[in-house]
Ligand binder design. Structure first.
Ligand SMILES: NC(=O)c1ccc[n+]([C@@H]2O[C@H](COP(=O)([O-])OP(=O)(O)OC[C@H]3O[C@@H](n4cnc5c(N)ncnc54)[C@H](OP(=O)(O)O)[C@@H]3O)[C@@H](O)[C@H]2O)c1
Length: 379
């Protein structure tokens, strides 16, 4: 069967590079176009990234194929919706709002940007959690007169939290959720990663102007107890993802939630300390069992990018740890550990870790697109 032609918007960035890696040998999708800003446009992908040279902007462990390295990066200001059946977007949100909307007039867009997450007609999709919300795509298309649609991924910090909450919410109900995050540097884009790597190598090295704001030693040996708008995003998205869809609307979940987000000197993987109070009483063993046995639609359908099970429970009190565990199952699982009861009524606490640029971004978006294709929404 012929593969579906797809394009990546923001292909030179931290998330865009992961899209390239996850799409270049995909069984269903054929990567045919790479878009970025004018500073990368009209260069080969290799030249745009200084691939294999000093000051390389390539951050992934995998390597792009020769074919991809030789592809010419196209200017986003001249995007061609008619040339592809599906667009993956890894653009900054400010740019995404206009460009994704323009493309969605004609074709589907699956996005890691936040631009369309907070509209009432958006299907913010976390694979394995809220397939029952997919009907909102029809509402979006009719309301906006679009032939395509935008399906945004949730924020990378929301993802681990909601994966861990979903089976508990279904089985025991939730009254309160409190979360404190320890988020990796790669969550802030390639500028942050580059800067952090440079600081570790040559203090005071001569960085390009656009990286200067990151070059003040902010990451190394430090914790930044604020990430712009992150807490609001996590609260809103969690309630929406665990809400109910009926009569063309998503009614948010009813429990109370508080969170505090921190940037820490970790390369990949967002770790979260979570405190919950369930509605029905349950034991630690019962909690562990609902996590271990949980399967969402993509897992039941064995989609190409789906892990066998979406949640791994580790027995050790001091795991998961991002350095050792974030890449487990290709970074496509939520890893839970340190599960304990606490002093609150039906109160429990645990640690959850998820990979912010795999499940939390590009690879999660590829899985989302696989499901949308499976239900016939990619033509
Ligand atoms: N990093 C994460 O862990 C993560 C996780 C989930 C979601 N996200 C979201 O995913 C999106 C991408 O994040 P990122 O970390 O990959 O960012 P990034 O590393 O800064 O990359 C941004 C990409 O967008 C392109 N771009 C920037 N401004 C543009 C413009 N005006 N016109 C056209 N292209 C433009 C850049 O092209 P040039 O190289 O040519 O400048 C680059 O390809 C963001 O919305 C972010 O919030 C990130």
């Amino acid at each position: 069967m012929a593969k579906i032609p797809v394009a990546v918007l923001g292909a030179t960035g931290e998330v865009g590079q992961k899209f390239v890696i996850n799409l270049q040998r995909h069984p269903w999708f054929e990567l045919t176009a790479l878009y970025a800003s004018e500073r990368s446009a009209d260069k080969t992908y290799a030249d745009a990234l200084n691939y294999g040279k000093e000051n390389s902007r390539w951050f992934c462990k995998g390597m792009p194929s020769e074919k991809i390295l030789g592809m010419t990066v196209r200017n986003l200001s001249n995007v061609h919706p008619e040339e592809n059946s599906l667009f993956f977007s890894a653009l900054p949100s400010e740019t995404a709002l206009e460009v994704e909307g323009k493309i969605a007039g004609e074709k589907p867009v699956v996005s890691t940007a936040s631009a369309y997450r907070y509209f009432d007609d958006s299907f913010v999709y976390l694979p394995g959690v809220n397939e029952l919300h997919a009907g909102i795509i029809d509402v979006q298309q009719k309301g906006r007169g679009w032939k395509g649609f935008v399906v945004p991924q949730p924020n990378c910090t929301t993802i681990g939290l909601v994966m861990s909450l979903k089976p508990v919410h279904d089985e025991f109900g939730l009254e309160h959720v409190t979360m404190a995050s320890m988020q990796s540097v790669s969550g802030a884009g390639y500028g942050a990663v580059r800067s952090w790597a440079e600081q570790r190598k040559v203090q005071g090295s001569d960085l390009p102007a656009e990286l200067e704001e990151f070059s003040q030693g902010v990451f190394e040996g430090n914790v930044i107890p604020y990430i712009h708008m992150e807490e609001e995003k996590v609260r809103k998205e969690t309630m929406k993802l665990l809400g109910e869809f009926s009569a063309g609307k998503i009614r948010p979940a009813g429990f109370k939630i508080a969170c505090k987000c921190n940037r820490v000197p970790v390369l990949d993987g967002h770790t979260e300390s979570v405190f919950i109070e369930t509605t029905k009483g349950c034991s630690i063993d019962a909690l562990k069992e609902v996590w271990k046995s949980y399967r969402g639609e993509p897992h039941k359908l064995a989609l190409p990018t789906a892990p066998k099970q979406p949640i791994i429970v580790m027995g050790e009190i001091d795991r998961p740890q991002p350095r050792f565990d974030a890449a487990m199952e290709g970074g496509m699982v939520a890893i839970i550990g340190g599960v304990e009861a606490n002093a609150f009524d039906n109160g429990f606490q645990y640690t959850v870790l998820s990979h912010n640029t795999e499940l939390g971004a590009a690879k999660g978006a590829v899985l989302a697109a696989e499901y949308l294709n499976k239900i016939g929404l990619i033509k």
